[in-house]
Design a protein around this ligand. Sequence first.
Ligand code: 5GP
Length: 196
Amino acid sequence: MEGGKLIVFSAPSGSGKTTIVRHLLEQPELNLAFSVSATSRPRRIREKHGEHYYFMSINEFKQHIKKEDFLEWEEVYRDNFYGTLKTEVERLWAEGKNVIFDIDVAGGLRIKKKFPEVTLAVFVKPPSVDELKIRLKKRSTESDEKINMRIAKASVELATAPQFDKIIKNYDLDTALNEAHQLVADFVGAKKPDSK
Ligand code: 5GP
């Protein structure tokens, strides 16, 4: 497998990494395409198959594991499997794109390990675990039980931050978006439109 660059954004759930990744995808000079992951978790109301995720049953997911179709995969939460299909990255590289990932910390570090030369791994840090809880509740896409599961995992995930190439503190969204844009522009060798 070879092609463009890989940009990984990892963070505890609710840190704002998805917002940052979406913002970066809107910057044409970065030439980014989103790596659509496979998952066995239920589809949320506004999510589309093939756009947000490739939704599949646990059995289907396990078949792909068996066939070694994944670049990386994790059981991020119990019975909720998530993974990056090799075919997804191959497809986007074939289109001449740099690939951007919104994946959990273990998956992010695995991609970095597999492709150290072409990967920028960024950790997005929330202001605090309490703030995470508030954001997840506001989002109201998960039950209280699931929110608690995500919060419990957050402390473990926060401890992995030093293993990433860069850490972005998402205390103020505009500042974080700007910083992320500059970082990725430097990495892919693009010029950020408003930079001097
Ligand atoms: P959500 O259920 O909120 O969409 O995602 C839960 C977590 O799984 C998030 O941290 C998300 O980044 C992560 N995730 C999504 N896709 C992948 C993937 O392909 N691999 C791994 N390891 N994690 C993923």
